[in-house]
Design a protein. Structure first.
Length: 234
């Protein structure tokens, strides 16, 4: 009986872990779908374009709101409910979709589709690696996190120089950094899934939202850097 009890416990734990991982990827996919539909709506609807691009202050407000939601979800998770966290994630997906609508105005639709497909393949490969590897990717994650800071600084510097060559170099580094972060964040989600039986449902749901947000950001940035490298402008 003890052996069967242990087997049942192992099976139950595996199901709990699988449910958590599926929830993370499900919410991430929903967020991407919302962003894509929002971006397409604002890119193809003249009234939406007029509202969004006819008011520079709105663009600044969108940037501030998206940063505010990300930091709010990351640092106030203990003080908000799972429902609020989920609403914040989907609100972020809508706002980010509004900002991403510009890619449909700048790049040919074929280039957008190609970059999205390439990003999806790379994301899937690195996600599977992060899930399956026994290697601790903490050092990779720390290095890539520092790399993100470097990308931000380099991008700010290039605002003044406007060098296409430098921008291309930044984009290649961006792809490499977010490929690494995809593997690292996926491994973190796997580790969180392993601890689900020790958490209450509310905490688990909030952690799933954070995991979905991290993977969403990894994919979006990977896609955007690929688009800057290979995208054909109109």
């Amino acid at each position: 009986m003890g052996k069967f009890a242990r087997l049942n416990d192992v099976a139950s734990t595996a199901m709990t872990q699988s449910a958590f991982i599926n929830k993370v990827f499900g919410w991430m996919s929903a967020g991407l779908a919302i962003s894509g539909l929002t971006a397409w709506q604002f890119a193809t609807n003249e009234s939406c374009r007029r509202v969004l691009y006819g008011n520079p202050a709105l663009s600044i407000l969108l940037v501030l709101l998206t940063f505010g939601i990300v930091f709010g979800l990351s640092f106030a998770m203990d003080r908000i409910s799972a429902t609020m966290a989920c609403c914040g994630f989907f609100a972020y997906s809508i706002l980010n979709g509004m900002m991403l609508s510009s890619i449909f105005l700048v790049y040919e639709i074929g280039s957008v589709a190609t970059a999205f497909g390439a990003g999806a393949v790379m994301f899937a490969i690195m996600g599977l690696y992060g899930m399956s590897t026994k290697r601790d990717l903490t050092a990779v994650g720390s290095l890539c996190t520092m790399g993100v800071i470097g990308l931000i600084v380099a991008s700010l510097i290039n605002i003044f120089f406007r060098s296409e060559g430098f921008s291309l170099i930044i984009s290649f580094f961006g792809v490499a950094i977010f490929v690494g972060l995809t593997a690292y964040d996926t491994q973190k989600i796997k580790m969180l899934a392993a601890s689900q039986k020790k958490m209450d449902g509310e905490t688990g749901n909030k952690l799933a939202v954070i995991g979905a947000l991290q993977l969403y950001l990894d994919f979006i940035n990977l896609f955007l850097y690929l688009l800057r490298i290979f995208g054909k402008r109109k």
